[in-house]
Design a binder for this molecule. Structure first.
Ligand SMILES: Cc1cc2nc3c(=O)[nH]c(=O)nc-3n(C[C@H](O)[C@H](O)[C@H](O)COP(=O)(O)OP(=O)(O)OC[C@H]3O[C@@H](n4cnc5c(N)ncnc54)[C@H](O)[C@@H]3O)c2cc1C
Length: 451
């Protein structure tokens, strides 16, 4: 059967919910919005599905409202639920997921002069274009969904371990965890074994905290090219200082040098990083493809650890793990996995072996590839979207409308969140996505009203 809707939102994490709630407010009351995603993740996505209390937000509560035009909405919700947290606090992500889900449920209950919102418990597996620019999606429950306008909010997916297939012997496969969010891999790890995390970003930090809570006694190794951990937030946020950088204002290296000088002269470098927020996307857009490549090659690792920071309490725990020797950070590149006498070893490019019972891929959820998603692959195969040349999601224009391939007519298709990182670079955190969600909702409303 083919279901009909005015707007199909594919995905059901934060980006999808932020868009849906804005749309319900803007669209005419006769309009229908369908949000397609597996029931378990609806309203939570990967980031807010965790049940672990130790997994804290990495943005203070005062900046986590779902709505760009109502900055205190999350704080008011926390107070209404009787929670003690205030603007500078780092709240468990589980609670934030409950907030997003609560807002979704409240909107579903609300009737009157609002557009109707329906949740579809399915995965979108593929799509075809209709003559009028709409799309028809094939769903995992056997249904089809035909939409006049659509939005892709499928998130970043997961990256594979950065090794060619041939570098992982078949016998080593059972000891490799490709997706740390997919199963309870720690149940396969003896309490006193060694474990290797590939990556030293926020995904690894989450796993370290989990193991610590479970009473793990073995050694935790974490490996990345530069061996850099995310920097800690200050307990009390310093006010952002206006940046010296001007979009379109020069070479990547010169800009970074100017930023470093500004940080050296500031009371705290975090105030300088935070002052960059309003212009970050324009700085990225002002660079040529070659300049973006240089930034990604030479500066992105440093950028990420300064921009995406840890809550102070988390940073203290990680530091204590390092001091005790239970956490060892390694700098290097993974070259191969080897299995000898039933023992797994990761071999680094300089030949150093690192023995581990399990190797856990934490190379990041922050940037996404088309190949990881059957839906995106299906759209790409039909020329309905183009992968970003830097591997940062898919190509969109300034209105977040998806760019089709050469000679393919325009479909009414938008994309939000980390999927659009190639266009905006910083579009993974709530304060950035909520602004995008508002703008895309306005564009979609205009298309629906125009008919
Ligand atoms: C571990 C983690 C912690 C984070 N912490 C913070 C934080 O503290 N503060 C902050 O501001 N930001 C944080 N972020 C970043 C940010 O909030 C997320 O990137 C944001 O939630 C992205 O939402 P999304 O909906 O685009 O993607 P996701 O959250 O990945 O959700 C996408 C959803 O769509 C589903 N989906 C995918 N393909 C299909 C399909 N074909 N059909 C149907 N459904 C599909 C997926 O299963 C998933 O549930 C964090 C991110 C991660 C990963």
């Amino acid at each position: 059967m083919t279901l009909q809707t005015d707007v199909a939102i594919i995905g059901s994490g934060y980006s999808a919910v932020a868009l849906a709630l804005n749309l319900v407010d803007l669209l005419p009351p006769t309009a229908k919005v369908s949000l397609v995603g597996k029931a378990a993740g609806q309203g939570r996505g990967i980031a807010y599905a965790t049940k672990a209390e130790c997994h804290l937000l990495n943005v203070p509560a005062g900046r986590m409202s779902l709505f760009a035009d109502r900055p205190n909405h999350f704080l008011a919700w926390l107070a209404g639920q009787g929670y003690p947290w205030s603007a500078d606090d780092f709240v468990p992500r589980r609670i934030y997921g409950t907030y997003v889900r609560h807002c979704l449920d409240e909107t579903m209950k609300r009737t009157g002069n609002r557009a109707a919102l329906t949740l579809v418990d399915a995965e979108a597996l593929g799509a075809e274009a209709l003559q009028d620019g709409g799309l028809v999606f094939t769903l995992s429950d056997g249904e089809r969904l035909s939409a006049r306008v659509s939005a892709l909010c499928t998130g970043a997916g997961t990256r594979r371990l950065p090794l060619p297939e041939a570098a992982i012997p078949a016998a080593a496969r059972p000891f490799v965890v490709e997706d740390p969010w997919a199963d309870a891999w720690w149940e396969r790890l003896p309490a006193d074994a060694d474990v290797l995390f590939v990556g030293t970003g926020l995904t690894t930090i989450d796993q370290l905290l989990l193991l610590k809570r479970r009473g793990f006694r073995g050694t935790m190794h974490a490996l990345s090219r530069h061996g850099l951990l995310p920097q800690p937030h200050l307990a009390h946020r310093a006010d952002p200082v206006e940046t010296v950088l001007v979009p379109g204002g020069g070479e990547v290296s010169a800009m970074l040098a100017a930023l470093r000088r500004q940080a050296e002269g500031a009371t705290d470098w975090r105030a300088v990083m935070d002052g960059l927020r309003p212009v970050t996307q324009d700085l990225w857009k002002g660079w040529t493809a070659a300049q973006r490549s240089r930034f990604l090659r030479h500066a992105a690792s440093f950028w990420n650890v300064h921009r995406h920071r840890m809550a102070p309490a988390v940073a203290e725990e990680i530091e204590a793990l390092r001091r005790s020797g239970q956490l060892v950070i390694h700098r290097g590149r993974l070259d191969a996995l080897r299995l000898a006498d039933g023992r797994l070893a990761a071999v680094l490019r300089d030949g150093t072996p690192l023995a581990a019972h399990l190797v856990v891929n934490c190379t990041g959820l922050d940037r996404c590839t088309v190949a990881a998603s059957p839906l995106l692959t299906s759209l790409a195969d039909r020329g309905l979207l183009q992968p970003d040349p830097h591997g940062l999601g898919i190509r969109v224009d300034d209105a977040a409308a998806v760019r089709a391939g050469e000679g393919v007519g325009r479909t009414r298709l938008y994309a939000l969140g980390p999927l659009t990182a190639g266009h905006s670079w910083e579009i993974t955190a709530v304060p950035d996505i909520r602004v995008q969600a508002r703008a895309v909702a306005a564009s979609i409303n205009a298309e629906v009203v125009a008919g």
